[in-house]
Design a protein. Structure first.
Length: 222
């Protein structure tokens, strides 16, 4: 049985977008200076994006990229994530506040991004379809299937959804739902995170779900 969500807004992830994200640590370093970063954004066809995710960028592929560095370019230690979907979950225990209807305004902000589409109402199965499509793009670029697959509701608000984990020699890739960290803390990103492996311990075995959740959080939250 499907689980309802109020809305799903998305722009499908592509292999080109994945390749661009994974190449960021290896490009020429751009210092954390506004003019230098602004020039690089223009060269790439990116734009500043502050309303939906603080201090972030809208890439030329139309997704929203956030980094814990002021400049994500040429910084191997930077943590980055690429948002390709936004979920407004149903909170079954929040009847009095009617699931915070004012959050629709934030959903509409995502919906207004060029190339983004909204399904309202939606379901967890629609969210899983968006994640599966993104996983195919990552798999196609890397040439390998995920090392770990975990279905969990422990990382972000909303229904249990699938997290997929890949590793390169230096970085962890985590595809799945994550906290939005915006107002009310209830909207949920669908995103691909790309972070140094040193952010957490060795990858736990597939049978240890609690340890996998901790590993995911260590590599995707800051």
């Amino acid at each position: 049985m499907s689980i309802p969500v109020h809305a799903l807004v998305q722009r499908p992830l592509t292999t080109e977008a994945v390749a661009e994200l994974l190449a960021l640590p290896d490009v020429s370093r751009i210092p954390e200076e506004f003019d230098a970063v602004d020039e690089e954004l223009r060269r790439r066809g990116w734009e500043w994006q502050h309303k939906l995710v603080c201090d972030s960028f809208r890439t030329g592929h139309g997704h929203v990229l956030c980094s814990d560095y002021g400049s994500p370019f040429g910084e191997p230690d930077a943590r980055c994530f690429l948002v390709f979907g936004e979920i407004y979950p149903v909170d079954p225990g929040d009847e009095d506040m009617r699931n915070e209807e004012w959050l629709n305004g934030y959903v509409e902000g995502w919906q207004q991004l060029p190339g983004w589409t909204c399904r309202r109402p939606s379901t967890d199965q629609d969210c899983e379809a968006a994640l599966a499509q993104a996983a195919r793009a990552v798999t196609e670029h890397l040439g390998t299937v995920p090392e770990r697959i975990l279905v969990s509701a422990a990382v972000a608000a909303g229904p249990a959804l699938t997290h997929r984990i890949w590793r390169t020699a230096t970085h962890a890739l985590v595809l799945g739902p994550a906290e939005d960290h915006g107002p009310y803390g209830y909207l949920t990103h669908l995103r691909l995170s790309y972070t140094p492996l040193g952010c957490g311990p060795d990858l736990p075995p597939a049978s240890d779900e609690d340890a996998l959740v901790r590993w995911i959080v260590a590599h995707t939250s800051w």
